[in-house]
Write a protein that binds this ligand. Structure first.
Ligand code: FES
Length: 110
């Protein structure tokens, strides 16, 4: 089974099993990694924002325009930011590394 690595807000690395066909958001939830995903993957929030390790970015499918629009609302946007619910695990992504952003816009507002 593919694995992926989350780099938590405190810098800790967590390597977890990443079943094929699950999104990065679903993998995070399965392992208790703290990514919110308020809209559960329907591209209506930006709380599943993750920062992809630059080495991995070329292997991901390009973001759709809808994803880009939502990302524009994400707090702490970077050049390798993506929405975790839109990255689906494939064999090619075995070993994928993503970092959790410092915060999300929802947290900032609450
Ligand atoms: S969970 Fe809302 S856009 Fe990803």
């Amino acid at each position: 089974m593919p694995k992926m690595v989350f780099i938590e807000r405190d810098g800790a690395r967590r390597e977890v099993d990443a079943p094929l066909g699950l999104s990065v958001l679903e993998v995070a939830h399965k392992h208790g990694v703290d990514i919110e995903g308020a809209c559960e993957g329907s591209l209506a929030c930006s709380t599943c924002h993750v920062i992809v390790d630059p080495a991995w970015l070329p292997r991901l499918a390009k973001a759709t325009e809808d994803e880009e629009d939502m990302l524009d609302l994400a707090f702490g946007l970077t050049e390798t930011s993506r929405l975790g619910c839109q990255i689906v695990i494939t064999d090619a992504l075995d070993g994928l590394v993503v970092r959790l952003p410092a915060g999300t816009r929802n947290m900032m507002e609450s």
